[in-house]
Design a protein around this ligand. Structure first.
Ligand SMILES: [Zn+2]
Length: 125
């Protein structure tokens, strides 16, 4: 998905670096380390430095900062598309796989195709 930089704060680069440093430059969901080559079992969060089967695919981890869309301070629902909401608790470092999965969940939830996203997410673990 192309980045729409005009929807991000002008200091997004600094914010993103700060959050990734906070999270130790690792994916908070699957613990994959930024910049390293790992092997991942397809469509799962499982990864290893050595392949554990022929299906395992080598990937280079690129972490990025994801907007969770937590509730607003006044209790109103947050919005993952609100890229200006840069509260620390709203931001999380994710690898490309977990980020893609999150974005898919958000989109399918929005389309109303899947209401049971919590269970779907658990299956991926
Ligand atoms: Zn991950």
């Amino acid at each position: 998905m192309p980045m729409k930089w005009n929807r991000y704060p002008s200091d997004w680069k600094q914010i993103s670096e700060r959050i990734q440093r906070r999270d130790g430059f690792r994916c908070r969901y699957c613990d994959a380390p930024n910049g390293q080559e790992i092997y991942r079992y397809p469509n799962s969060r499982r990864w290893s430095y050595t392949p554990e089967g022929s299906e395992w695919r080598r990937v280079r981890i690129v972490t990025m900062v994801h907007h969770i869309g937590i509730n607003k301070p006044d209790g109103m629902p947050g919005n993952p598309d609100d890229k200006m909401d840069c509260r620390e608790a709203n931001l999380v470092t994710l690898c490309q796989y977990c980020h893609l999965t999150e974005e898919r969940l958000i989109r399918s939830k929005r389309k109303g195709e899947k209401t049971d996203t919590k269970n779907e997410q658990l299956e991926l673990l």
